[in-house]
Write a protein that binds this ligand. Structure first.
Ligand SMILES: Cc1cc2nc3c(=O)[nH]c(=O)nc-3n(C[C@H](O)[C@H](O)[C@H](O)COP(=O)(O)OP(=O)(O)OC[C@H]3O[C@@H](n4cnc5c(N)ncnc54)[C@H](O)[C@@H]3O)c2cc1C
Ligand SMILES: NC(=O)c1ccc[n+]([C@@H]2O[C@H](COP(=O)([O-])OP(=O)(O)OC[C@H]3O[C@@H](n4cnc5c(N)ncnc54)[C@H](O)[C@@H]3O)[C@@H](O)[C@H]2O)c1
Length: 475
């Protein structure tokens, strides 16, 4: 252990980022403490990935079992399928409790000290923690900040937590509104429109930009829009923003044109989910004590080794990871960053390889991707002087998808025409969140479609969708 310090490492924030960093620190022999002001497990475990995936699992079953046409095509007939809203909510709440307990126990088992309270940097290699019994000062050779993020609520929108709410409340499924407006068509908007529409709510989706799912590859977004939105008769307002939202019964939503700011309509709905992005939870962290300024969007500036930067230079012994750095607001990215920070603390120079980190929206069917969109690849290619190739393959040509009767879907591979290097892979279709990992490994290893086209895939599997796309790229 470092001489003269209470700990080798103190981590502020016990979300997935802080947890991943702590586990790796222990495996590297570091005496570690983790400080948590609220719920162990942070957003992902308590208000994010875990409860939302539990709701998606249950509501997805309801959708599947109520799809008499699909079941009939498989030779199955079923009577009425009923569900209990509270039962589904309990499934999510119980899973949160279990995973929160597992996460806390894993830290205890490894000898990580858990300190409950608000942590602040109080100078170089020093933090203060405000606990129920007063303030204490802790010294540590290194400090990792992992304070996470909170929902962003645009001006003009009032949240009461009951009729107008963010994902923080939506994951509890305390009610099932007959008509729910969802503001934002990003990850949260898509996943909750999947849950609500499966459970029988009427959904209206409002997106400020001029296309739905603006963050996703265009071809994939177009297909996903047809299957996940248009086929479900979800009403959409695109290029329109919610200028004012007033909670109550009904909830009043004033819509305006995003470009001209002209008023266009007023909706009266039963509930409204605000899913307009997240902002870093980076206030009151004591960063001024070490001369660090947040960037203009309030993220903590870091380099690829996860060192915190002050005026562009790494601040010794201070690191930051997770949503608060604004690099990639995903659970697995946060813990990958935590591992990289610890590696650098231990003197092994490591960087996060963002291009190979996959992402998925757990709709039915799912959307997943890794690496660049076609637009981003073309911009890079024209700046650097190389051409971009793309190939697509379809689930309707895949035997496994046909056997399942779930043939809506597409995989798209984006690669450099000169070297064949894979730059991005985008999948919409059944189990897309699982299939993406072989593409992620290919990008991590900077592999070419020429090599990948010769790998053998088991038959019949959904993974053959990628096999087919690679083969088409070299045909
Ligand atoms: C509805 C929803 C669904 C999601 N689904 C997915 C998904 O399926 N897959 C995925 O990869 N990602 C998903 N995410 C994103 C994922 O939850 C985040 O990327 C992840 O939680 C970020 O982890 P983190 O450790 O950076 O921060 P957080 O999980 O936010 O944890 C930060 C912790 O730090 C604590 N803290 C903050 N400041 C202090 C302080 N000064 N002192 C002490 N403690 C402090 C907070 O209380 C909090 O517990 C989802 C998010 C939401 C909202
Ligand atoms: N499966 C997953 O990995 C998963 C699931 C949920 C959340 N998350 C994480 O949580 C973050 C937050 O999710 P999110 O869906 O809130 O954000 P997002 O950034 O994915 O999408 C927000 C959408 O809201 C739109 N928008 C913003 N202001 C608006 C307004 N006033 N009116 C209408 N539309 C508006 C934006 O144009 C955008 O399309 C994501 O970035 C993601 O990193 C991940």
């Amino acid at each position: 252990m470092s001489e003269g310090f209470d700990y080798d490492l103190v981590i502020l924030g016990a979300g997935v980022g802080g947890h991943g960093a702590a586990l790796h620190a222990v495996s590297c022999g570091l005496k570690t403490a983790i400080v948590e002001a609220a719920d162990m497990g942070g957003t992902c475990v308590n208000r994010g990935c875990i409860p939302s995936k539990a709701l998606l699992a249950a509501s997805g079953r309801v959708r599947e079992l109520r799809n008499a046409h699909h079941l009939k095509s498989l030779g199955i007939q079923l009577g009425n399928v009923e569900f209990d809203r509270q039962g589904i909510a309990d499934h999510a709440n119980n899973l949160v409790a279990k995973i929160q307990g597992d996460l806390t126990n894993s830290l205890k088992r490894l000898g990580v000290d858990i300190i409950r309270g608000w942590g602040k940097v109080a100078g170089t290699q020093k933090v203060t923690v405000t606990t129920d019994s007063g303030e204490k000062t802790i010294t540590a050779k290194d400090i990792i900040l992992s304070p996470g993020s909170v929902p962003f609520v645009p001006p003009g929108i009032q949240v009461d937590g009951k009729t107008v709410f963010t994902s923080d409340q939506a994951v509890k499924l305390e009610s099932l509104p007959e008509w729910v407006a969802i503001i934002g068509s990003g990850y949260i908007g898509l996943e909750f429109s999947d849950v609500y529409s499966a459970l029988g709510s009427e959904v209206t989706m409002i997106e400020a930009l001029d296309q739905l799912m603006p963050g996703f590859d265009r071809d994939i977004a177009k297909l996903a829009e047809r299957v996940l939105i248009a086929n479900r008769d979800i009403e959409t307002h695109v290029g329109i923003y919610a200028k004012k939202v007033i909670p109550g019964s009904p909830v009043i939503i004033e819509l305006a044109n995003f470009k001209t700011k002209e008023d266009v309509d007023v909706l009266e709905v039963d509930a409204c989910l605000v899913a307009t992005g997240r902002i870093p939870a980076t206030q009151n962290l004591g960063l001024d004590s070490v001369g660090v300024e947040l960037d203009r969007r309030n993220f903590i500036p870091v380099n690829d080794n996860m060192a915190v930067l002050s005026a562009g230079e790494p601040v010794p012994h201070l690191w930051a990871i997770g949503d608060a750095t604004g690099k990639m607001m995903l659970a697995h990215a946060a813990s990958a960053q935590g591992i990289v920070a610890v590696e650098n603390i231990c003197g092994r120079r490591k960087e996060v390889d963002y291009p190979s980190i996959p992402a998925a929206a757990f709709t039915h069917p799912e959307i997943s991707y890794v690496g660049m969109t076609e637009t981003a690849a073309k911009e890079k290619g024209s700046a650097e002087g190389w051409a971009v190739g793309t190939t697509k393959s379809y689930f309707k040509g895949n035997s496994k998808a046909l056997a399942e009767g779930e043939a809506d879907g597409m995989a798209k591979v984006i690669y450099r025409k000169d070297t064949g290097e894979v730059l991005g892979v985008h999948i919409f279709g059944m189990h897309a969140s699982d299939i993406i990992h072989e593409a992620s490994a290919a990008i991590a290893n900077r592999q070419s479609v020429h090599t990948l086209a010769h790998l053998v895939h088991a038959h019949p599997t959904l993974s053959e969708v990628l096999d087919e796309a690679y083969k088409r790229a070299v045909a």
